[in-house]
Design a protein around this ligand. Sequence first.
Ligand code: HEM
Length: 167
Amino acid sequence: MKVKLYTLIVSNYYLLGFMPLLNNPYALIATTDLSIQIIVLFFLLYGYLLKMQMKFRQHGIAMLVAVVLHLAMLFSIMIPAFVLGVVPRFIVPNVYGVASVVTLVMGVIGALAVSLGTWLVASWRFQDVAGCFKKKRIMLATMAMWLVSLSLGIVLYIILYWAVILS
Ligand code: HEM
């Protein structure tokens, strides 16, 4: 009985806490995007761990999943949000504003990272991993750029939606 009551209170508190998010479609879409990006981050770190354990094939597969998830979010959420929301609402009125600068830097670094990531997994195509060794430096640069763009994405989310969550 006590456990049931506790569960009810906690679940209500949880739902109420996220009510502003559920009522705001922009914040909801951005939160979905952020959650998937955190999963992408997990795959990147897990992929790196697999490489440390010399499991190169599994490393390639983890990176492939990260690339596919990232591309899905890019085309379904990020590009439409950039074109329809960020450009008219932030970049056009105030190109030197924090949100504009963070978005533009994130966009350039993120586009480079995901393009290189796509090329790395596409040029592998589940073949022998021997061909991957000579791309080690490109992989390191791709990973670094990817981590920077994911971090900037989290900063942008906080700038744009923290007030909505707290309201
Ligand atoms: C988005 C794609 C990828 C990223 C971000 C990535 C990232 C990395 C990173 C950060 C390293 C460590 C580099 C270093 O220690 O300097 C690495 C190593 C390695 N990766 Fe990837 N990788 C990707 C795709 C792939 C693919 C598709 C394969 C093919 C199976 C692969 C195979 C390897 C191998 C064999 C190494 C070891 C290289 C060495 O130690 O000489 N990677 N990768």
